[in-house]
Design a protein around this ligand. Structure first.
Ligand code: ATP
Length: 625
């Protein structure tokens, strides 16, 4: 009798789940059902299919009574064959309808999750940079994958299980009462007899399983920590071998004790189930027999058999319905979590009356008393004011953490200012069409990101309709073409984890080629602080120089050679522009710039000199160094 086993696998709510049990409110339910709304018609068909298949699958139990009374006891071979065939036919029918129902069910669930995934992805695309820096990437991916898969399970299992079990129970109880009200009442009173022990035995076993799992996790933790290269080194250097061994042995012993207990609990669980589930039918036979023999001569052997069979069919649904509360709470918690994600507002949005300027962009940037902070506790930029005219170049220098990257992120609206304004081509960036604004800004960042595709695919990302000549031209300008030619597959070799490993310098040059294809009015170049050797640096320099000459640009510079290109240098310290001017003036001031020059630039310069590469003429007047 498989019935009582049903539902065991669902487990029980953990303490944490109980504490975080979501409040099921009407708006929440309405919102859950709004996802089902587009599939109303299909849902209706599913409900009908569940109803018919539940009724059909109970029919053989009812027919058994007639098989016994009319066929066997009545000795009517024709009726016997007819009833047997009918019983087989309804079983087949119930199963075929079941197949149809599963198909429809899966179809609906897949389509709902399809809608949900797409909508979530679109929503996430709209989220600002802040969202991605403050949320753990793992959490975001979990929302997109396993949480939405959970929704699918809710629809294919939880909702249909509730329906199927409820319908089966209602039909079974109705038939039982029609068959014999007294026996039906006895049958229903018996139900707690098997559900209560089954549930408590199940709970014990479940908590043991969880404890064993925790012990096994602990063992894995110890193994991972102590059997790694650095872990072992630590153990050896501190002479902790015995300590670690004892810790491991204790955890290991706890696990075997729990495993033995769990295994025995499983065995006892089966004993409880088989014992209690056989008591039910026996009681029905007893009461039925007494009724038949002493009080109610109409009651037949077939009737009693039907009641016993129907009772057997009720075990599963009763148990599942009792357990469904767990699924229900988990599902609601899941929906709530997803809806919370959906409800996060997009911080950076296109203004309703956003403008797309008619004339071509010149890439001019103006900062007017700009303040910015990531969070209220700490202001990052303070009263930053500067003006970058068309075709000119500004270099921003400053100690690490002074706010240089933050400053440039305000131009393409990765973040919005908290005070003052940023103007692009004379208009506040918040009033410009976001797509237009970003189209006109090209950033070569320190941490170059390439998608895991071919070099060509990465370049085409900037301009999908670029011709072969344009791509090659961009590669040549970015000083990466020689490298590409040396690759077996040329532009079609794969970058990233699956294929070619690129150095930081090569990646940055590919990203320069990518920006070249984009051909923006304003170029922002965030120079790498470290990790590049002087040859790579020189190659990048060679690529970037003509670019800067040709357009309006902002450079976050760490190297003197780059700085010397600029028409104006802004020195940023703790988010404030503390000095500004050209190299010759600044270096003589004896302030922050001079200090930076002495420590950073000079070393870099010496390194370039030693390597014998670089562009001495670019370093300006020789009296400077
Ligand atoms: P580096 O030269 O090292 O790249 P930087 O001058 O570009 O430094 P920023 O990256 O602009 O400096 O950072 C300025 C300050 O803002 C730092 O103190 C940093 O810790 C903080 N900061 C940067 N990004 C965030 C963020 N997403 N959330 C909160 N604080 C941030």
């Amino acid at each position: 009798m498989p019935g009582p086993m049903h539902g065991f696998g669902r487990g029980y709510l953990t303490e944490e789940e109980k504490a975080n049990r979501p409040k099921v409110t009407w708006p929440l339910l309405k919102r859950v059902f709004s996802w089902l709304a587009p599939y109303k018609f299909q849902m209706l068909l599913v409900i009908m299919a569940i109803f018919v298949s539940s009724v059909f699958s109970l029919m053989p139990s009812v027919l058994t009574g007639r098989i016994i009374d009319e066929g066997l006891i009545g000795r009517d071979l024709n009726a016997l064959i007819r009833l047997i065939l009918l019983s087989l036919a309804v079983t087949l029918g119930a199963n075929l309808i079941g197949v149809f129902e599963s198909y429809l069910n899966t179809w609906i669930a897949q389509h709902i999750t399809f809608d949900m995934r797409n909508q979530m992805y679109r929503h996430l695309q709209e989220m600002s940079q802040r969202f991605f820096t403050t949320n753990n990437q793992g959490d975001i991916i979990t929302r997109m994958t396993s949480d939405i898969d959970g929704v699918q399970r809710t629809i294919t299992n939880t909702l249909t299980d509730i329906l199927r079990n409820a319908i089966t129970l209602i039909v079974a109880v109705t038939v039982m009462y029609r068959q014999n009200p007294i026996l039906a009442t006895v049958g229903i009173l018996i139900i707690p007899l098997f559900t209560i022990p089954t549930r408590s035995a199940g709970r014990t076993r479940w908590s043991l399983t969880r404890e064993a799992q925790a012990a096994s996790d602990e063992i894995n933790g110890i193994l991972n920590e102590t059997l790694s290269v650095s872990g072992q080194q630590l153990v050896k250097l501190f002479g902790k071998e015995k300590y670690e061994y004892d810790r491991y042995e204790a955890a290991n012993r706890r696990m075997i004790d729990l495993n033995i207990k769990e295994s025995m609990a499983g065995r006892w669980f089966r004993v409880v189930i088989t014992t209690f589930s056989s008591i039910g039918p026996m009681l029905l036979y007893l009461v039925g027999g007494i009724l038949m023999m002493k009080y109610d001569s109409d009651l037949t052997v077939g009737d009693i058999t039907v009641l016993v069979a129907l009772l057997g069919r009720m075990y599963g649904p009763v148990n599942q319905l009792l357990n469904i509360q767990v699924d229900w709470i988990r599902s609601m918690a899941l929906f709530k979590r997803l809806f919370e994600y959906f409800d996060m507002p997009a911080e950076i949005r296109n203004a309703d009356d956003a403008v797309v300027p008619a004339e071509e962009s010149e890439g001019c940037v103006e900062f007017r008393h700009v303040d910015f902070s990531y969070n209220p506790e700490r202001q990052i930029l303070k009263n930053v004011t500067f003006n970058l005219e068309s075709g000119r170049c500004i270099a921003i220098v400053g100690p690490s953490g002074s706010g240089k990257s933050t400053l440039i992120n305000l131009i393409p609206r990765m973040y919005d200012v908290t005070g003052g304004e940023v103007l692009f081509d004379g208009t506040d960036v918040r009033k410009l069409d976001l797509a237009w604004l970003r189209q006109n800004i090209g950033i070569v960042s320190q941490e170059t990101y390439l998608f895991n595709g071919t070099i060509r695919e990465n370049l085409l990302y900037a301009k999908p309709d670029a011709t072969e000549e344009e791509i090659i031209e961009a590669c040549k300008k970015a000083n990466i073409y020689d490298f590409v030619q040396k690759q077996e597959l040329g532009l079609d070799c794969v970058v990233g984890n699956r294929g070619l490993k690129l150095s930081g310098g090569e990646k940055q040059r590919i990203s320069i080629a990518r920006v070249l294809l984009k051909d923006p009015a304003l170029l922002i170049f965030d120079e790498a602080t470290s990790s590049l050797d002087s040859i790579s640096e020189a190659k990048i320099q060679e690529a970037i120089d003509p670019l800067i000459e040709a357009r309006t640009s902002i450079l976050i510079a760490h190297r003197l050679s780059t700085i010397l290109h600029a028409d104006e240098i802004l020195v940023l310290k703790d988010g404030e522009i503390v000095e500004r001017g050209v190299h010759e003036e600044l270096v003589k001031k004896g302030g922050v710039y001079t200090e930076l020059y002495e420590t950073q630039f000079r070393q870099a310069l010496d390194a370039v000199r030693e390597a014998g590469t670089g562009y001495p003429e670019a370093y300006g007047p020789s009296d400077v160094y």
